[in-house]
Design a protein around this ligand. Structure first.
Ligand code: SF4
Ligand code: SF4
Length: 447
C-alpha cells in the first residue's frame, strides 16, 4: 500500500535504474504564448505510430481550420486536420525531423482562420461514442510517443482494467509543457479525468507528478479534492529520469511489474499523458480537433526561451524565429528532449502533433562526449531501468548476432538513454541498441 501524507499519495515503489539529471526547467514559470499563424503549414501524412494517412484533398482545394484533410482505414492510425484556412498548394514528399521523407499536404494560409463546419462538439454517452470522438479528433499521445489515443482507450472487454494513471512526470530535462498544462489548464485535466472515469469505468485514478513540481501538485490536489467522491489521487514521484516511462510509472504508482513484451493494460492499468487528458475534455466541449500544440523552446542557443502554442505543421525555423532566433551558433538542435529527442540536421521541418520541445545548444552537451574504451565500471547496468546489460549488447550488436541479442532482451529497451548518459567512456549505447534491434529485424525479414 502506498502512504498518504497531507492527502498526497507517495509512490508505492521506487523503481530500479534511471539517472539523476540536471532539470534545466528554465521555462517553467513562463506562461504559454500563442504564436501568430505562419504563411504556410506542412502536414505530413504520418504523425503517429501506425498506418500513414492518405490525403482527402488535392492541390487547389480550399480548406478551413479543423477540416479533416487526411485519414486511413487502418485501426492504428489517426486522421489529420488543417491547422490554418487557405489553399492546398502541394501534396508532395517532405523531410521530417528524423530525416525520413513523408508525403505531406502544404496549405498556404489565407489569414482568415475560418473554422470548418465539421467542428461540432461530439455527443458522448457511452464508451463507443468516446472512442469515436477521440479518433475523430486525431489525438495521439502528446507526451512524445505519438500512439493513437483511441487505440489506448479502447480497452478490450476481457481486460480487467481499473486504474488510470495520468502521467504528469515530465522527467526529460528542459521540457515544461505538461507543467504549464497543470498550471494553466487544471480544470480541463480534472474534467478529462472525470469524463474518462465515468465513461470507461476506472475505479482508481492517480495523477503522478515528480516532486520537483510543488506548484502543480498543490493546484492539482486542490481541484481533485473539490470532487466529493475522493476518487482522484495526486501522487508524488521522486525526480528521476525516466520516471515518466510507462512501465516505470506503473511500477512506481501501483507496485505492479509490466512483464517484458506486455503492456500496462496486461496488469490492469492505462497510462495517459496529462496534456492528452486535458485535450479530450476540450474536444468533447468544443469539437475542435488536434490542430495546435504547446512546445518548450529552450537551450543555450535560443535567444528567448519560452513555451509557445503553435499550429501543427508550422516549420521549426519559424518557431525559433518567434523566440528571437539563435543568440549563439547552435552545435545541436533537437526535436524533443535531450535524452530521447531527435537531432535535427536543418530546421525547415514541420512540427508534428507529437513534438513537445525544440532545443538548441551552443555548447557541448553531455551526450556529445568523445567515445573511449569501456572501463567496465557497470554504471550503464545500474542505470538501466529494464535490467539490461548495455555493454554486452554493444558487443552483440557489433557482431550482428541476432539470436544472442534476442536472448539478451534487447527488444525491451525503450531507448531512454540512461545508459549512455551515465557512461564515463562516452559510449553511444543507445545507437548500439538501435543497431541491435535492426539486426534482429533484418534477421526476421530473411526468414
Ligand atoms: S539499455 Fe535501453 S532501456 Fe536500458 S538504459 Fe539503455 S536505452 Fe534505457
Ligand atoms: S558505463 Fe560505459 S564504461 Fe561503464 S561499463 Fe558501461 S559501457 Fe563500459
Amino acid at each position: 500500500m502506498s502512504k498518504i501524507t497531507d492527502g498526497i499519495l507517495k509512490a508505492v515503489k521506487q523503481v530500479k535504474g534511471g539517472v539523476l539529471v540536471d532539470h534545466h526547467k528554465d521555462t517553467k514559470d513562463m506562461a504559454t504564448v500563442r504564436i501568430t499563424p505562419p504563411e504556410r503549414v506542412i502536414l505530413p501524412m504520418q504523425q503517429h505510430i501506425g498506418a500513414p494517412c492518405s490525403p482527402l484533398v488535392k492541390v487547389g482545394d480550399h480548406v478551413d481550420v479543423g477540416q479533416k484533410i487526411a485519414d486511413s482505414d487502418q485501426y492504428v492510425s489517426a486522421p489529420i486536420h488543417a491547422s490554418v484556412s487557405g489553399k492546398v498548394t502541394a501534396v508532395s514528399e517532405v523531410k521530417v525531423a528524423n530525416g525520413r521523407l513523408l508525403p505531406a499536404i502544404t496549405i498556404e494560409n489565407d489569414g482568415e482562420m475560418t473554422l470548418s463546419e465539421e467542428i461540432v462538439p461530439p455527443k458522448v454517452e457511452n464508451k463507443a461514442d468516446l472512442i469515436k470522438a477521440i479518433r475523430n479528433s486525431g489525438l495521439v499521445g502528446l507526451g512524445g510517443a505519438g500512439f493513437p489515443s483511441h487505440v489506448k482507450f479502447n480497452i478490450p472487454d476481457d481486460k480487467n482494467i481499473d486504474t488510470l494513471i495520468i502521467n504528469a512526470a515530465e522527467c526529460e530535462p528542459f521540457i515544461t509543457v505538461d507543467y504549464r498544462e497543470c498550471i494553466e489548464n487544471t480544470r480541463n485535466i480534472v474534467d478529462g479525468v472525470y469524463l474518462l472515469k465515468k465513461v470507461l469505468g476506472f475505479k482508481n485514478i492517480i495523477i503522478a507528478v515528480e516532486d520537483n513540481k510543488p506548484d502543480a501538485i498543490k493546484i492539482l490536489k486542490e481541484i481533485a479534492d473539490s470532487h466529493k467522491d475522493n476518487a482522484v489521487k495526486v501522487m508524488t514521484l521522486k525526480s528521476k529520469y525516466p520516471q515518466g516511462a510507462e512501465k516505470m510509472m506503473v511500477q512506481s504508482a501501483t507496485g505492479k511489474i509490466v512483464p517484458a513484451g506486455k503492456l500496462p493494460a496486461d496488469v490492469g492499468c492505462v497510462v495517459a499523458n496529462v496534456g492528452s487528458v486535458a485535450f479530450i475534455a476540450r474536444h468533447v466541449r468544443t469539437g475542435r480537433p488536434i490542430i495546435s500544440r504547446t512546445l518548450t523552446v529552450s537551450g543555450s542557443a535560443i535567444a528567448n526561451p519560452m513555451n509557445v502554442r503553435v499550429p501543427v505543421g508550422i516549420e521549426a525555423s519559424k518557431v525559433i524565429d518567434f523566440c528571437g532566433g539563435f543568440k549563439k551558433e547552435p552545435v545541436k538542435i533537437i526535436a524533443g528532449g535531450p535524452m530521447m529527442g531527435t537531432a535535427l540536421i536543418d530546421t525547415d521541418v514541420p512540427i508534428l502533433k507529437s513534438n513537445n520541445a525544440l532545443l538548441a545548444f551552443a555548447d557541448e552537451i553531455r551526450t556529445n562526449k568523445k567515445e573511449r574504451d569501456c572501463i567496465r565500471c557497470g554504471r550503464c547496468v545500474a542505470a538501466c531501468p529494464m535490467n539490461l546489460i548495455p555493454t554486452d549488447i554493444e558487443a552483440l550488436s557489433l557482431n550482428k548476432d541476432a539470436e544472442a541479442l534476442s536472448k539478451a532482451g534487447i527488444m525491451v529497451c525503450m531507448e531512454c538513454g540512461s545508459c549512455a548518459y551515465s557512461c564515463p567512456a562516452g559510449k553511444p549505447l543507445v545507437q548500439y541498441m538501435r543497431l541491435g534491434k535492426d539486426v534482429i529485424r533484418q534477421a526476421g525479414a530473411k526468414k
